[in-house]
Structure formats: structure tokens, C-alpha cells
Design a protein around this ligand. Structure first.
Ligand code: PMP
Length: 289
């Protein structure tokens, strides 16, 4: 496996960065996860745009422009001769000293591109649906660390994931600091109620997922009323269907939340229909390389 670091390719065992890199020392950096389906890079432009938005918000200059970053990504995929892949794009503040001050990172940002595979959940979970549980760790408040930035500091999500895993669940439902449903640790959440689709708005403390946007786009095209709307766990418990979306997870049905069956307790019809349409889209849309 060849990994891109600042314009050069390294074998996995040689792909290393400084222990003084502020991405490592402080989680000071941003990242993206992107999928490639049969040599089509899905929603590449949207991911690159979000990466630049996250970088802008933390005042991090990415030393390549968007076109150059696209080229570097394609080059990495070609070096590894991959048809299907999961791309991890990382930009850190770069090498500094042991203090926090980003001005001390005098060189430029570190850019890393890894192309690999990812499997988050078993086939059974996709077929039969997943059980999730609400955890005590709330999603970061937007005035503390806005979840709309895809930054390298993922401890908020990891703490929530650990709670779920300790309780024997694969994924955690995170509420925001006001108790409204936000998202899961690495995925957005949707519910279906009376044939209409609901997902929390960004202001509830969620990352504006590219898969979330894609599902909204598919739903609108198919005339399914779709709302970015605030809801509590109660609306979730009494929903007809529930599913999660994310680049790595894609679309995964949720059949139980906090011990309450959702709808029939089986993956819902609309969830299945949207999943099918999503799969079709990944087969025909994207940047070919
Ligand atoms: N929320 C969080 C916290 C995430 O990290 C992610 C990405 N894994 C998502 C939602 C889903 O975003 P996307 O569909 O763009 O992958």
C-alpha cells in the first residue's frame, strides 16, 4: 500500500510524520472520508469543499488548491490500482513545538492521503438492522467545538462510542446539550414518520453529512416529503422507521433504540427503497479516474 504524504509516496511501513505534528499532539487538523465505487469517486467535490470549509474555520491553510488535491487523490488511487476504496484525506497544522500556539508550526500543513478499504458493520446488521443506545456523553456544543467542522479531534465521538460498546451496542445515539437528538458517533440519523422523512438540522450539533445530503436529494427527487427538523427521543421511539447514514456506513437500518422497537422492529420499506436508490447512484455518479 502506498500512502501520499506532502507530494511523495511511501510504503505503509515508511509512511510516518513527526511526533511534533500538531495533528498528533492536539488533534489540530481536519479530515475527510470518501468512497470509491468501481473507479467512480462518489461526491468528491462535496467532500473537498467540506474539507476546505473545515480548514477555513480553524484558520488552516491547505498548501494545495482544490484541483491539486483532486489530482493528488487520483494519483494515490492509481498508485494503489484500486477499483473500490475508502479514501482518508488528512490535513494537519504540521510540525510545531510542544506548545499549543499554531503560529509555531512554521513549516506548512501536512497533507496525507490514504486509500484503503473499510468495513464498519457486519452484513447481518445491514440486513436485519441495528440496535442503538443513547449515551450520557452529549455532542459537542457548537460554541465549544462545532460538530460541523470535521476536525481531527474526535474524542467526543470516541467517548460516546466507548459507552455504547461497554453496554454491548455497536453504535451510540448522541443528544445535544439541550437533550435533542443530534447524531450518532460517525453517522447522521433519519427517522420516517407517516411516510415523511426527518433528520435534525445542522444547528442541533451535527456534521452536515455528504450521505445525509445525498439521501435528502434522493428523497426530494422521489417526492418524499423531507424535513430538517428538531426532534426528541420520543419522536424517535414512536417513528415508523429509522436509519443512519455515513460515507463508511452508507445506509444502515436501525430497528431498536434504547430497548424500544422502531416500527415493526424490522428494516423499513422506505429505508430499503432509499438504500436501493443510493446504491444505484453510486454506480453511475462520481468522478471517474
Ligand atoms: N457525523 C459524524 C460525526 C461523522 O464523523 C460522519 C462521517 N463519518 C458523518 C456524520 C457522516 O458524514 P458523511 O456522510 O459525509 O460521511
Amino acid at each position: 500500500m502506498k500512502i501520499y504524504i506532502n507530494g511523495k509516496f511511501y510504503q505503509k511501513s515508511e509512511a510516518k510524520i513527526s511526533v511534533f505534528d500538531h495533528g498528533l499532539l492536539y488533534g489540530d487538523g481536519v479530515f475527510e472520508g470518501i468512497r470509491v465505487y468501481d473507479r467512480l469517486i462518489f461526491k468528491l467535490r462535496e467532500h473537498i469543499d467540506r474539507l476546505f470549509e473545515s480548514a477555513h474555520a480553524i484558520m488552516l491553510d491547505i498548501p494545495l488548491n482544490k484541483e491539486q488535491l483532486v489530482k493528488a487523490t487520483i494519483q494515490t488511487l492509481k498508485e494503489n490500482n484500486l477499483n473500490d476504496a475508502y479514501i482518508r484525506m488528512i490535513v494537519t497544522r504540521g510540525e510545531g513545538d510542544l506548545g499549543l500556539d499554531p503560529r509555531k508550526c512554521k513549516g506548512h500543513a501536512t497533507i496525507i492521503i490514504i486509500t484503503d478499504k473499510i468495513v464498519l458493520y457486519s452484513k447481518e446488521l445491514y440486513k436485519n438492522g441495528m440496535e442503538i443506545i443513547t449515551v450520557a456523553t452529549t455532542r459537542n456544543s457548537h460554541e465549544a467545538l462545532n460538530p460541523q467542522m470535521k476536525c481531527l479531534n474526535y474524542l467526543n465521538n470516541i467517548m460516546a462510542k466507548m459507552e455504547a460498546v461497554q453496554l454491548g451496542y455497536e453504535e451510540a445515539l448522541m443528544l445535544n446539550d439541550q437533550g435533542y437528538v443530534a447524531e450518532c458517533t460517525g453517522d447522521n440519523i433519519f427517522i420516517v414518520s407517516k411516510g415523511e422523512l426527518y433528520t435534525p438540522p445542522e444547528i442541533m450539533g451535527v456534521l452536515r453529512g455528504v450521505t445525509r445530503d445525498t439521501v435528502i436529494e434522493i428523497a426530494k427527487k422521489n417526492k418524499i416529503p423531507t424535513h430538517e427538523h428538531v426532534f426528541t427521543r420520543h419522536e424517535l421511539y414512536i417513528a415508523d422507521e429509522c436509519f443512519l447514514t455515513g460515507t463508511a456506513a452508507e445506509i444502515i437500518p436501525v430497528v431498536k433504540v434504547d430497548g424500544r422497537s422502531i416500527g415493526t422492529g424490522k428494516p423499513g420499506k422506505l429505508t430499503q427503497a432509499l438504500t436501493e436508490k443510493f446504491r444505484q447512484l453510486t454506480k453511475k455518479e462520481g468522478a471517474r479516474y
